[in-house]
Every structure is written in C-alpha cells, then in structure tokens.
Design a protein around this ligand. Structure first.
Ligand code: ADP
Length: 162
C-alpha cells in the first residue's frame, strides 16, 4: 500500500553503504526520497548541504525513482509535508541498534502514524561510515572502495582546496 519512503541522513558524503540501502528500497517502494539533513545536530558538516545534495543527486542520477532533497527542522514535519508514512534507516551493526531503536521509539511516540523501517546493506558495505571515510581521506588515504567514484574525486578536490 505504501508508495513513498523517506531515507533521511547527513550523507556527509554519500557512501556505497547509503547507496546500497537506497537502491534496495527503490526495488520495494515506487518512490524513494533521500532526505539530506540541513542541520544534523552534529558538528559542522564537511560538505555543505548543497554539496551533499548535489553529490547524492549525481550518484542516483540513473535511478528513476530515487530523488534527493534537502530538509531542515524536524524530520517528521518533513515526512508529513511529503505525504509519506514510512521512514527508512540503515542498520550496519549492533552498534547502530541502540541509537536507531531510541530514535524510532521517540518518533513513534510523537508521530504514531509514521513507521520506521530498517534495511541492512550487503555485508561488504557493513563497516563503511561517512565519518571514517572523511577521516581517511583527510589523512591522504584511498577511499575509492567505500564511496562512488565521483565522491572520491570530490573528496580529493575538497581536501586539496582546504
Ligand atoms: P553516518 O554519518 O552514520 O554514516 P548518516 O547520518 O548519513 O550516516 O546515515 C543515514 C542512514 O544510513 C542511517 O540510518 C545510517 O545508519 C545508515 N547508514 C550509514 N552508513 C551505512 C552503511 N554502510 N550501511 C548501511 N546503512 C548505513
């Protein structure tokens, strides 16, 4: 019955793990909205919102039912504005579970009409995190096996210009 799913995150930058999750969802839902958080509540992002959105748009350019948009403020307000009822999150390992479980529980208390669904990535992407990708890149390491090639290029350019 559900057509649309919202996949929110920081995507700083988008990795092959994020890509795997969104593509799996695109085979189940008719529309996947990759929602790039403007103010993630974390520290200053490495790529600004526009850069993160553009990178994800390029990565999903060939997947017709995946759209990338930025959002700010409360995720659930965005979900409502989109007319959606399902939020998608990725689970990598047990370490993600506690936080994701709390988040889903709080969201359910506040917005009982919205469900959170979880997908796990292919095992080769299980260990990838955007924060480690940034760290390795900044230290001059090769992250090409963890991110789409255009993201690896963009990381190199950004680091050179810093
Ligand atoms: P992070 O900064 O932790 O990499 P985001 O805030 O961008 O992640 O994450 C958006 C969602 O994607 C979260 O549900 C997160 O658990 C999930 N995710 C992140 N990396 C992966 C991965 N390698 N495999 C599966 N899910 C992932």
């Amino acid at each position: 019955m559900e057509q649309k799913v919202i996949y929110p995150g920081t995507f700083d930058p988008i990795t092959l793990g994020h890509h795997d999750i969104a593509c799996r969802a695109a085979q189940i839902f008719s529309e996947v909205i990759v929602a790039v958080a403007d103010s993630p509540g974390k520290k200053q992002p490495f790529f600004n919102t526009q850069e993160r959105v553009e990178l994800a748009q390029q990565v999903f350019a060939d997947v017709a039912n995946i759209q990338v948009v930025a959002f700010s403020g409360l995720l659930m307000e965005f979900v409502r504005a989109q007319g959606a009822r399902v939020v998608l999150r990725g689970l990598r390992a047990a370490s993600d579970f506690e936080y994701e479980f709390q988040l889903a529980g709080m969201n359910r208390s506040m917005f009982p009409e919205v469900e959170t669904m979880f997908l796990t990535p292919d095992e080769k992407y299980m260990f990838i995190s955007a924060s480690l990708v940034r760290e390795v890149s900044i230290l001059g390491g090769d992250v090409s096996q963890f991110v789409p090639s255009l993201v690896a290029e963009r990381l190199k350019l950004k680091i050179q210009s810093c």
